[in-house]
Design a protein around this ligand. Structure first.
Ligand SMILES: Nc1ncnc2c1ncn2[C@@H]1O[C@H](COP(=O)(O)OP(=O)(O)O)[C@@H](O)[C@H]1O
Ligand SMILES: [Mg+2]
Length: 500
């Protein structure tokens, strides 16, 4: 189905979320919409899929103008959308979720067990086409984000959509699920479906799309053909369009192990987690070194970080920091030794919901006496907001900040001097600008000797910033591998259990 949007306008109060947007998507192609957070991508997607009514503009499908006012209108016209924040029903079964939306669309209600049998067959058949494995009777809440997404795609296909909009689908899914998703998308395009792929991630758009447009502040900045372009040249022109200027990727400092001191030494470490035990025979990390912990989530990376942070006692083995045995010491000693921890779940473990930026700074100050010096802490909060470029005010509650600004706040609360920083998924869900900014801060700290151990499900990020990499697979850990000797493909294979 050919999709044409012309001169779409949509404002929220005085925010022009979509300002004169026109685009054409040919049948059988994948069209990318790329832009920083807040650029207006989700708004445009929702206009096309009937979740938001436009202020003005035209939607033309296969040459015919259509009037889309509700999501049901859009589905009838053959347009379905996979939302950035899932709209499914976690407490219902996979099959019930698969059925959702049928009765409103004039498809017959599914009351009898026969009908359910038919639906199970349909679900199985569709799953098989894409190599998905979705047990019909499982509760949806037992599925991973990636599997819920797969189900939603199948549900939309079974409702007959010919145009599929995917809004930021690669956030929060594993590397292998991303591969499965991309394969399915290519298969759908080859079948003649039109795919609109919305993302703030350059590499995803480059890998998948035939054509794309870049949005910034509610407007179309430019369009580009992706196929057949030299990757570096395309990437730099897209970054230019997204941000209106060049963004430099922070360079990794070269570590000369002969000249630096081993400052973290781990020996015969054994840690029992809820689901697996982790065993590391020996790891020596030098001052200024960055160690990437690669692996699918839940393969023991977090256990290592927690043990090094003093938040989890190992069963056996030793952790020495700057020649001091820390293994069985209290958490406060780890803090005194200059060890910092940035958890993945910023609102659950890192920041305190309900408190403002100012109040977080107040908690960080060490107090002598009973009185809190609000004036001084307010000054610190103001300075941090300036220095760390946090989009918020001292009185802004942390849960109201965007993901990138929550992470900037977490980083601004770290002590100025740290010997070792443990980071979990430091840039997950962040836009490129915030990601590069965070790594620039980190690289500057490493120049001064700080060591980093970090996890990321983004293999490019691991390769880009690590000096050496440990691969985690089912509690087993590889020898440290020099990052320069690895590629994304090799690392991906190692994560899947094939140690190089
Ligand atoms: N329902 C809404 N009410 C008010 N403002 C909104 C609403 N949805 C989006 N916006 C604003 O519109 C702009 C574009 O947002 P969005 O389309 O979500 O961008 P993107 O998906 O590219 O991150 C932002 O400034 C956002 O705050
Ligand atoms: Mg969005």
């Amino acid at each position: 189905m050919k999709v044409e949007l012309s001169h779409i306008y949509k404002s929220f109060g005085n925010v022009k979320a979509n300002h004169d947007i026109s685009m054409t998507v040919e049948a059988g192609t994948v069209y990318g919409i790329l832009g920083e957070n807040g650029a207006g991508k989700s708004t445009l997607s929702k206009v096309l899929s009937g979740f938001i009514t436009k202020d003005s503009g035209k939607i033309v499908l296969d040459g015919m103008e259509v009037d889309i006012k509700t999501p049901a209108d859009a589905i009838c016209a053959g347009i379905g959308m996979l939302h950035q924040d899932p709209l499914d029903f976690p407490s219902l079964s996979v099959l019930d979720n698969f059925m959702a939306g049928r009765s409103t669309l004039g498809k017959k209600r599914t009351k009898t067990s026969n009908d359910r049998g038919d639906l199970i067959r349909e679900l199985r058949q569709l799953s098989a086409t894409f190599g998905f494995d979705l047990p019909p009777n499982d509760r949806l809440s037992n599925l991973t984000v990636g599997e819920r997404q797969q189900l939603e795609i199948l549900r939309l296909l079974s409702l007959g959509v010919k145009t599929l909009i995917l809004d930021e689908p690669t956030t929060g899914i594993s590397a292998s699920q991303k591969t499965a998703l991309f394969t399915a998308v290519k298969q759908l395009a080859a079948d003649g479906k039109s795919i609109i792929f919305v993302s703030h991630k350059l590499e995803d758009v480059e890998e998948l799309c035939d054509r794309l447009m870049v949005m910034r502040q509610g407007q179309v900045i430019g369009e580009a053909e992706v196929k057949g372009r030299e990757s570096n040249e395309l990437a730099s022109s897209l970054v230019d369009m997204m941000f209106g200027r060049e963004l430099a990727i922070p360079a990794k400092h070269e570590i000369n192990i002969q000249q630096t001191e081993p400052a973290l030494v781990i020996q015969n470490l054994q840690i029992d987690g809820d689901r697996l035990s982790l065993q590391i025979d020996k790891l020596t990390v030098n001052e200024g070194e960055v160690i990437g912990l690669a692996g699918l989530e839940g393969n023991g990376q977090q256990l290592l970080l927690l043990a090094c942070a003093g938040l989890l006692k190992p069963n056996a083995g030793k952790i020495r920091i700057s020649d001091v045995d820390m293994t069985s010491r209290a958490y406060s000693n780890f803090l005194k030794a200059g060890i910092g921890y940035l958890p993945a779940d910023r609102l659950q473990d890192g920041l305190i919901r309900g408190l403002s930026i100012h109040e977080h700074f107040m908690l960080r100050q060490s107090h002598s006496g009973f009185l809190i010096n609000w004036r001084d802490t307010r000054k610190f909060a103001h300075e941090a907001i300036e220095t760390f470029n946090i989009r918020g005010k001292p009185s802004t509650k942390v849960e109201r900040l965007s993901g990138g600004n929550q992470q900037r706040t977490q980083i601004s609360l770290l002590p100025d001097h740290l010997n070792l920083l443990l980071m979990e998924q430091p840039t997950r869900g962040l836009d490129i600008e915030s990601t590069l900014w965070i790594w620039k801060q980190m690289m500057a700290r490493c120049e001064k000797g700080m060591m980093i151990l970090f996890t990321s499900s983004d293999l490019d990020e691991i390769l880009q910033y690590s000096d050496r990499i440990l691969v985690f697979c089912g509690g087993k850990v590889s020898q440290p591998i020099d990052a320069k000797t690895l590629t994304v493909d090799k690392l991906g294979q190692a994560i899947g259990g094939k140690f190089a």
